[in-house]
Design a protein. Structure first.
Length: 125
């Protein structure tokens, strides 16, 4: 009986670190060095920036109004009055006689054309 030889097994390769070899060679090289000279004339110009800070002012006049109950008046609360009735206006304010004094209206009544009160204040109460 003939025996066949077994096939060979192949193992993974073992990789060893690379061996580095260095060979030095020398050559003589001539390098010419040139040292030129250059002269520069510099003219200087200075710009002087002058800053100014103008300042403006404004005035705001705020006007408020208050409603003070000074007692019963003829008329109905919430009544509509299409103009300024008698008793409104101060000659000094250009509103006619009696501006600021009790008149025929009731506090809270609508009266077109009446701007904020600028007359004397009733702050004694």
């Amino acid at each position: 009986m003939h025996c066949r030889p077994r096939p060979s097994q192949v193992m993974p390769a073992v990789v060893h670190p690379t061996k580095c070899c260095v060979t030095h060679s020398f050559q003589n090289v001539v390098v010419p060095h040139i040292h030129p000279t250059h002269h520069t004339h510099v003219n200087h110009t200075n710009y002087e920036n002058q800053h100014s800070y103008p300042h403006t002012q404004s005035v705001v006049n705020e006007v408020t109004t208050s409603n003070v109950n000074v007692g019963p008046r003829p008329g109905v609360a919430g009544a509509y009055s299409p103009g300024m009735g008698p008793g409104y206006g101060d000659p000094g304010m250009g509103m006619g006689p009696g501006y600021g004094a009790p008149g025929p209206g009731v506090a809270g009544a609508y009266s077109p054309g009446m701007g904020p009160k600028q007359g004397p204040s009733f702050s004694g109460r």
